[in-house]
Design a protein around this ligand. Sequence first.
Ligand code: AR6
Length: 177
Amino acid sequence: MMKVVQGDITTLEVDAIVNAANQVMLGGGGVDGAIHRAAGKELFDACLKVPEVRPGVRCPTGEARITPGFKLPAKFVIHTVGPVYRDGQHGEQEKLANCYRNSLALAAENGCRSVAFPCISTGVYGYPVEDAARIAVSEVSAFLTSHADMTIAFCCFSDYDRQVYEKLLKTGGWINV
Ligand code: AR6
């Protein structure tokens, strides 16, 4: 099932929380900073051990990597890197969809039954939340057709984001985007 929650993702008691990271994967601002602060220094050390695929890139845009959650209530952190939004004409949609697809595949591979996502790319990376939410809900609902036992939460930080997701789930407006 899918659900919408509002609040700080670092407090959620789920099997995995997803981090809106950057390619270097060593922390940053926004939800990334909050997750690193709450998980503790061990998360930084675990990220450092993730091999670079090329200099300065541990996780290319659209891909995902998993680490333990350390001090978090969540068992795992799945780090994914959303696209920086330019104008919607530079493959942003496909890259954002890949974030959800790859994060969910990694969660399933690691036996997670409950996963929480923040609104990836919609902060510093500038993705319009309405468009990002349609992609998020579309990918999650497609994934759930073959993983009906899993619970996926969209963890919204703001009232506005929560309303966008709630409206989408209520109207089914994500179908065929
Ligand atoms: N819990 C849930 N959501 C949160 C939290 C929190 N504690 N804190 C912020 N958000 P952003 P991006 C929301 O900017 O756009 C970082 O520096 C926030 O309100 O965190 O993918 C990384 O290192 C927004 O809705 O991620 C990258 O460099 C959403 O999380 C870059 O920012 C995503 O905003 C990634 O940018």
